[in-house]
Design a protein around this ligand. Sequence first.
Ligand SMILES: [Zn+2]
Length: 213
Amino acid sequence: MLHKVLLVNAMSTTIRPLLQVNLPLGKRLAEVAAYNREALLSFVNGVADGWERRDLAAWLVGPYRHATWHPTEPAFVTHDAALTLSHVALEWTLTDARFEVVAALQAVCATGGQRDNDELPFVVAARRTNGLVPACDDLGNTGWIAINDPRGQLPRRVGALLAVDALVNWRDYPARIRICARCERLAFARQGDACARCSAKMKADPRAEPSDG
Ligand SMILES: [Zn+2]
């Protein structure tokens, strides 16, 4: 169910109508946010592992669908523009979407989190391109949810997942961002900087990489 609300843009004092999504009864924003991060991580790390078309298709109907809101009813997946790309174009767009997330997070780490999260470039971009929509749940919690636009560019759609995560889990930016220096896999963790995969590889064969102690 949706209804229109008027949101005031404090910077420009212009008023623009946006749709606010009321999540289904019992579905909470925190739950959607958790799905959101799961979808983001599975995409970024899956592409690093060499995803192909079938992997993307499974992601679109699985983690991504759980994490996003779709303006119309299902049946959209078979018409997803990303799945109609040529082999080469798909490889490029997957790589591009992953690269943009990693680069955006590296930039957040480089600046040390001195900006408010709603001013981060990828959050501003996601709002400007209508990749996000305000949402509330039956407990009255309000926040943002990414829009599933099957005709949209994949990097923009993945960028919206990142924007939602930065807005909801703002304490993790940049404190818990972990990008593996060896394989560029992404994680959010309290401490440590090596990814589980590279750590395991080093333990199995210490000669393969310098020991991390
Ligand atoms: Zn690694």
